[in-house]
Design a protein around this ligand. Structure first.
Ligand code: LLP
Length: 383
């Protein structure tokens, strides 16, 4: 990926910055589409993973729908040309303004997370004399076996409607004159690599579909959310295992006639196409090993500080003997650390570092803490 010519060009750019490989993005999108189309599954891109204009344009051009979690994401999806009938809107705390934005945009479905929210959407749609599509986001109590901060499908989490609320909710449905209940939605967590988790989800969905059927409620729309992970360790694996993912769902989900099956993938589509590029500011003597102080920090990529996640770090401009370093950023927090005890070739001031697999939940989670600048982005076909 990083040829000597490319490294020379990158050296000219002011650091830190994000570098996106358009070919990797396209390959990832093509692979996902090929694997999903086998079963006629629909993929909505989870905009929250990366909302850069170029990335949105490319993904839209491939025909993906959009999955949004804020009114601004809905507006962005519409602006970038995602068809309204492919835009879904989830989130536990939709404001009235956001709900109105989405009603006005005629999106395909609200993924509703509570009875109280159903009441508000019904009321707001009524004021506009509209009937809007809603799908119930259910909490299936399936352990995603991932970091606790990105686990969303357990009963203890704030997400989704719990099974014990369903009887009461279903009894109320006929009174919501401005809602059209089209189906059910799930999202159990992110960075999931164990396919048995998705199998368990599919089985839970089967029994919930039975439950609704017994009540005579049709569910033409089933949305299984996102969550497929990427390989942060072996960064040669640039494309997620979409084949196994969709197959494990297809093998276990008992799809009913007339049902369309939807997914909301974020990380697996964009995670591997982006890296964070940083320059070494200083080498500082530590107690047992040296610190590499980079000019990128937790304000550019917060994942290591927030989830103790590790992104592979490589030195693009040294081939010296390997040494152990702690690679840290300049921000006034000890959690501003990209990795401890990392092996890097002898590293010096001015070396160019690449912090890999940062295409998802990287740039989009940047902050101005310490009043630092927001890192810009460059694309492989522009630089
Ligand atoms: N659908 C819903 C309702 C979601 O909340 C999410 C992600 C997705 C789909 C997409 O999930 P994915 O396919 O990307 O796993 N900032 C964290 C990840 C947070 C994920 C939030 N929800 C991280 O950096 O690991």
């Amino acid at each position: 990926m990083y040829s000597p010519e490319l490294i020379n060009r990158l050296k000219e750019v002011s650091t830190p910055f994000y570098y996106y490989d358009v070919d990797v993005l396209k390959k990832s999108l093509e692979t996902a589409l090929k694997a999903s189309s086998k079963y006629s599954y629909h993929i909505h891109y989870a905009i929250k993973a990366n909302a850069n204009p170029r990335i949105l344009e490319i993904i839209k051009d491939y025909g993906f729908g959009a999955d949004c979690v804020s009114g601004n994401e809905v507006t962005t999806a519409v602006e970038f040309g995602f068809p309204a009938e492919s835009i879904a809107f989830a989130g536990v705390g939709k404001t009235d303004r956001e709900i109105n934005t989405a009603i006005d945009a005629d999106i395909s479905a609200f993924h509703v997370e509570s009875v109280a929210e159903l009441e508000v959407i019904n009321e707001l749609a009524g004021l506009k004399n509209k009937v809007v599509n809603v799908a119930l986001r259910l909490n299936p109590n399936v352990d995603a076996k991932t970091h606790e901060y990105i686990t969303t499908g357990l009963s203890e989490n704030k997400f989704g409607i719990n099974p014990w609320e369903l009887d009461g909710l279903v009894a109320k449905l006929p009174s919501f004159e401005n809602l059209n209940m089209i189906g059910i939605h799930f999202h159990i967590g992110s960075q999931i690599l164990d396919m048995t988790v998705f199998e368990e989800l599919a089985k839970k969905v089967n029994s919930l579909m039975d439950w609704f059927e017994e009540k005579g409620i049709k569910l033409p729309y089933i949305n299984l959310g996102g969550g497929l992970g990427v390989d942060y360790e072996n960064t040669d694996n640039l494309i997620s295992d979409f084949e196994s993912y969709f197959k494990s769902i297809n093998d276990h989900l008992e799809q009913r006639e007339g049902q369309s099956i939807h997914f909301e993938l974020g990380r697996s589509l964009v995670g591997t196409c982006g890296d964070l590029i940083s320059k070494v500011l200083y080498i500082k003597n530590g107690l047992e090993k040296n610190f590499v102080i980079a000019d990128a920090g937790m304000t550019d990529l917060i994942r290591p500080a927030l989830y103790k996640s590790s992104h592979k770090v490589e030195n693009l401009t040294s081939d010296g003997v390997e040494e152990k370093y702690d690679v840290v950023g300049p921000v006034c927090e000890s959690s501003d650390t990209f990795g401890k005890n990392l092996s890097l070739p002898l590293t010096k001031r001015g070396d160019l570092l690449v912090i890999k697999t940062a295409g998802a939940y990287g740039q989009v989670m940047a902050s101005k803490y310490n009043l630092r600048d927001i890192a810009k982005e460059y694309y492989s076909d522009e630089i």
